[in-house]
Design a protein around this ligand. Sequence first.
Ligand code: PFF
Length: 462
Amino acid sequence: MSAENITYNGQADAPANNRIWRGRLTFVMAAAGSAVGLGNLWKFPYIAGENGGGAFVLVYLACILLFGIPLLMAEIGIGRATRLNAVDAFGNLAGKAGASKGWKAIGGLAICTSYLILSFYIVVAGWCLYYFWITANGTFNTAGTTIDTAFTGGTFENLLGDPVTLIIFSVIFLLITFSIISSGIEKGIEKAINWLMPSLMLMLAVLIGYSAANGNFEAAVDFLFSADFSKLSSEAIFIAVGHSFFTLSLASAAIITYGAYMPANSSITKTAFAVAGIDTLVALTAGLAIFPLVFQYGLEPGAGPGLMFISLPLIFSDMPYGQLFGSLFFFMLFIAALTSAISLMEPTVAWLERRFNLRRKTAAGLTTLSLWIVSLGTVFSLNIWNSPVFFGKTFFDALDYLTANVFMSFGAMATAVFCGFALRQPQLEAMFSTDPKAIPVFRVVIRYVVPAFVAVLVISAF
Ligand code: PFF
């Protein structure tokens, strides 16, 4: 039976506007593309480094298993059952359950979250693009003369201190994202994902091989997998919780929006496990590609956000074929960021299209333009506006903290309560019609386990 003639929840499989992924694999690739991004390749290694390594990794893995996967299932289900944007998806399900339409607000918060994340995501993606450019140009290829962290640190500081370059590269990245989104689901997103994801995996495989051959692999494995819980602060736990939401693209409407295009006959459970599995594997692989080099060169694993942009160029400058592999590395970061940025822009565009009855290109254009303006806040907070604006944090740090930690924890908790308590049993049965055996376990986990663990972990952080 083909996906086209299956009916779902009493509706035809294809939604009215005829948007649907070609198959489960496309959905897995798109959702994994959303999940795998700067969070895995840039953020995870440096937060794991800053928070002591092994014990942090263990808490992070527990978060993925205990609430990451159940929430992933919930969000895919909400999207597919309604085939609507995040706001209307919550509204529609709440209406059918006889619950308050106020639940729509969770969808609204989720869309705001993805929008705000994208406003700083494009700036960091711009750094990757810039570093690809300068690495390929031989900036770190010093042929005989050695460079030091003062040089690579200076290069990074110069970039952060230069709003014009930051704007140019973030705008290039934003426009590439716009061009894919405005071409539509099939001709834009699906086509791009089909190329980008396999290339990403290939690049990662090449880089880990290179790192294993040239670095101190044993020290990296030891650092990432031997847990010393005495180093685990309550703040580290909070960061691990927030990061598990961020890395799986939860509570930010991306998965709900992508779920709306998912074929009716694909198993949600298998899909959620596949997406979380790929995401986790990539995060750990990124650690195993970066830390061997860091240890080989006796550098500091907890070097913070600059780990990637200060330590790695130094290493690449000294290693065989460093210019080639260095460029490949930053190009991989750019591709990973792009597949995530697509999923960060789609929720706002899908909502605008329906809410104001706009053409896709118009909705994408408005989103892009407004995002560019908001992104200037992040750009300037790195240089001319480098002052605390919120709880002692700069605009950029505050936005990162607010979205990844506060909004996502709240949104995830609300989504769990919505699925566990507001939805009726027949709705859950329709939502998981492809996975009937999973429903009883899902219900208990989403009702009690997810809210309890998120609450305990978040409260323990204070
Ligand atoms: N999961 C992405 C990453 O790890 O970089 C970031 C992200 C994408 C967060 C999409 C939220 C989202 F909706």
